[in-house]
Design a protein around this ligand. Structure first.
Ligand code: 13P
Length: 281
């Protein structure tokens, strides 16, 4: 079943957070959806604009929809961190079920103005919208926020932004960093509690999932996170497994490209299974 985030959050109410996994290439897609199906959880496949352009909007959307249709789990296709409103409108027109407008580098009023435009267009097409307030540090496929520019989400700004824009989900900055794989984040739980109390039903989103320990993942889910993003770990693991297979003594990878990719796809399924299990209450 192909759905938007509002439907996924409803379906998953009281069951934990929905995993949102960054797709880095076409090949890893089926294993992501099959892993979620096996675990009987909904799943969000998310792409950067760069990945969508690399694969092509139409083939990507068609493939996700086809896999979703034959799957027993609910699947959303979400555009991650996008600053380009025209590109978001194109994604909506062509069939993404959810989009994120990232105006976090703008002034709050400008961010609100642009987000409102995206929300009006998306909601008219049955598509959900994620926004961002505060600024999550680190690098995520083309979106780089220097350490000095990273900023905790201010609860009063978040409340103002959500009330004005009507976003369905909100990325909050509470201490995680995009692309953090060498160390673990220190999460500001006091801030998370305050945000949860102020924002009630808005789906809070944790970015930078690669740098979050298993204990913190579980605690964030208990404290009310609705969507948790994991990207870098999939990218890094795919490359590691492909390199290992390629340099192994076995000649299969040299005679069959599938022989090279299949073990990496299996690793992707394992990661989705491990992470999504942590997201269950
Ligand atoms: P990581 O790449 O650090 O897991 O973060 C993913 C993310 O938040 C995508 O927006």
């Amino acid at each position: 079943m192909y759905k938007n985030l509002i439907n996924l959050f409803k379906e998953n109410e009281g069951k934990g957070a929905v995993g949102a996994f960054n797709l880095h290439c076409f090949e890893m897609l089926p294993s992501m959806i099959h892993a979620a199906e096996k675990l009987e959880v909904p799943v969000i496949i998310q792409t950067s604009l760069g990945t969508a352009q690399y694969i092509g909007f139409k083939p990507l959307i068609a493939a996700v929809k086809a896999l979703a249709q034959e799957s027993s789990c609910s699947v959303a296709l979400h555009m991650d961190h996008c600053k380009d409103i025209d590109a978001l409108k194109e994604a909506i027109d062509l069939g993404y079920s959810s989009v994120m407008y990232d105006g976090s580098a703008l002034s709050i009023e400008e961010n609100i103005k642009n987000t409102k435009e995206v929300v009006a267009y998306a909601h008219a097409n049955g598509v959900s919208v994620e926004g961002e307030i505060g600024s999550i540090g680190g690098a995520e496929e083309g979106v780089v926020v220097e350490k000095d520019a990273a900023m905790y989400t201010k609860p009063e700004d978040a409340l103002h932004y959500v009330a004005e824009t009507g976003v369905d989900a909100l990325a909050v900055s509470i201490g995680t960093t995009h692309g953090q794989f060498k160390s673990k984040a220190k999460i500001n739980y006091e801030l998370l509690t305050e945000l949860k109390a102020k924002l009630g039903d808005t789906g809070l989103v944790l970015h930078g999932g690669t740098g979050v320990s298993d204990e913190d993942m579980k605690r964030c889910v208990r404290e009310g996170m609705k969507k948790i993003n994991v990207g870098t770990e999939l990218n890094k693991s795919y490359i590691e497994v492909v390199s290992k297979t390629f340099t192994a003594d076995d000649v299969t990878p040299l005679t069959s490209l599938r022989g090279l990719l299949a073990p990496a796809n299996e690793r992707i399924a394992e990661i989705i299974t491990d992470k999504a299990s942590l997201f269950k209450l």
